[in-house]
Design a protein around this ligand. Structure first.
Ligand code: BG6
Length: 456
């Protein structure tokens, strides 16, 4: 018998804006992401990898790779251009067809409802998730999608990397365009996003008993930079206010007492409305999913006195001298991955599902030869081995999804930062032919997937 369970999920994970393109087609409205240009070296989001038109071809590749799970996102502005009012039937049909095609190929679809890209109208009109109106609108959108696809899609996620809504990236990704970015606003957004999750999760658990929904966090190991007890204390506090508070909300429907005390002591008690806490108390998760790429350390001496724990890594983040890194400074840590898998299982007692993992590297194709990406094979081997180790030590891990296994632009729109085992022939400013070209890692990963992780 192999290490991993039968039916273990192997696959790929993406967001809509980083794959679909067709930004002005099919009745899609504008999202905050569409209007956001990452910088002079980056592409825009108009074409991405043209998944909107090429998904049948890509599903063939996924099937050939041995995938049995694909996590994608429904772009809210594609199915409801303004995020309120009329739904766009053409957009809903696109996702329905995608789901059918995946199922025909033996690939389990997993749907995320929000990956940092609010319909522009909701950001401009209501300032995003700081508004309770947007919480209700998100629920309407989520319910509509679950009703439309729940006969074929079992696995659901609301927010990608939800803990990031309690840290700085929160503001743009929640559609907050105006305001002073106060601590109160940060906590209000984080609370509202949790309320939006709660409404959708409770809808599923109350009405759709065959469907599964779980929390999703960016969960990176964070180490004390030194044996200084203050570094260890800062790490513990940072985790409690980000990842662990949310884990308690996802699994028990309760805020961390430490976080509540902090909120009360810092003039934020008004955020904790009794009626909403009651709604939150019903939240449960069927699995716990997370993204994992790299790890960091905290040096408490760099953190100014009085800084909220949410910002500790921003101020105190420091390189780990024991780890290697990629060109973008992301430090590679498969040991941390094993540790996190076991820790999350011990903490939640839920099936654990790592749904994003990979390494971003600059690569070019000469138009002829297979790209030799041995560094990616090393990264994937070490991280899949970490999954096997965690399972051997008792963790219930139900799958492993790579990030962007068919190359996609990075979160900042940079096509040069590639995660794929399939090369997509385009650069930041030249679309070329968008041809899909398997790299050496493709053939390696195919063996790993098809042997259920035995051949790595
Ligand atoms: C995750 C995001 O945090 O990291 C993705 O969910 C993102 O959207 C991925 O692409 C990798 O980060 P980056 O910045 O290298 O693309």
């Amino acid at each position: 018998m192999g290490t991993l369970r039968n039916g273990f999920f192997w696959g790929n994970s993406v967001s809509s804006m980083q794959t679909e393109g067709a930004a002005h087609e099919g009745g899609k409205g504008k999202s905050v992401y569409d209007t956001y240009l990452a910088g002079s070296e980056s592409s825009d989001w108009d074409v991405a990898i043209d998944e909107y038109h090429r998904y049948p071809e890509d599903i063939e590749l996924m099937k050939d790779l041995g995938m049995n799970c694909y996590r994608f996102q429904i772009s809210w502005s594609r199915v409801q251009p303004d995020g309120e009012g009329e739904f766009n039937q053409e957009g809903i049909q696109f996702y329905s067809d995608l789901v059918d095609k995946l199922l025909d190929a033996g690939i389990e679809p997993m749907v995320a409802l929000y990956h940092f890209d609010m319909p522009l109208n909701l950001a401009e009109k209501y300032n995003g998730f700081i508004s309770k109106k947007v919480v209700d609108l998100f629920y309407d959108f989520g319910k509509k999608m679950i009703d439309a696809l729940g006969d074929r899609v079992t696995y659901w996620l609301t927010f990608n990397e939800q803990n990031l809504y309690s840290a700085t990236p929160s503001f743009q990704s929640s559609g907050y365009l105006t305001g002073d970015k106060s601590l109160h606003d940060l906590y209000q957004i984080s609370h509202n996003v949790m309320m939006a999750h709660a409404k959708v999760a409770n809808y599923i658990h109350d009405n759709k008993h065959d469907l599964k929904i779980g929390g999703m966090e960016a969960y990176s190991e964070v180490y004390p930079a030194t044996p200084n007890p203050k570094d260890a204390a800062a790490v513990r506090r940072f985790k409690e206010f980000g990842n662990n508070n949310l884990i308690r909300l996802f699994t028990e429907g309760k805020y961390s007492d430490e976080v509540v005390t902090f909120m009360k002591n810092n003039g934020m008690a008004d955020i904790l409305v009794d009626k909403e806490l009651e709604e939150l108390s019903h939240v449960r998760s069927d699995f716990f999913s997370f993204s994992y790429y790299a790890t960091t350390t905290i040096d408490s001496t760099q953190i100014p006195t009085g800084t909220a724990p949410n910002y500790y890594v921003e101020y105190g983040g420091k390189k780990n001298p024991y780890l290697e890194e990629n060109e973008w400074g992301w430090q590679i840590d498969p040991v941390g991955f094993e540790n996190v898998l076991i820790d999350l299982f011990n903490r939640t007692n839920l099936p654990i599902f790592p749904i994003e993992n990979g390494i971003g590297v600059r690569e070019t194709w000469d138009g002829e030869n297979t790209i030799n990406d041995s560094y990616r094979i090393d990264y994937l081997r070490d991280h899949i081995q970490a999954v096997k180790n965690a399972v051997q030590k008792g963790a219930d891990v139900i799958g492993y999804l790579g990030w962007g296994l068919i190359d996609i632009p990075s979160s900042a729109g940079n096509v040069d930062k590639r995660y794929g085992v399939v090369y997509v022939n385009r650069s930041n400013h030249d679309l070329k032919d968008l041809k899909r070209v398997p790299k050496q890692s493709y053939y390696w990963l195919q063996k790993a997937f098809k042997s259920n992780g035995e051949t790595i």
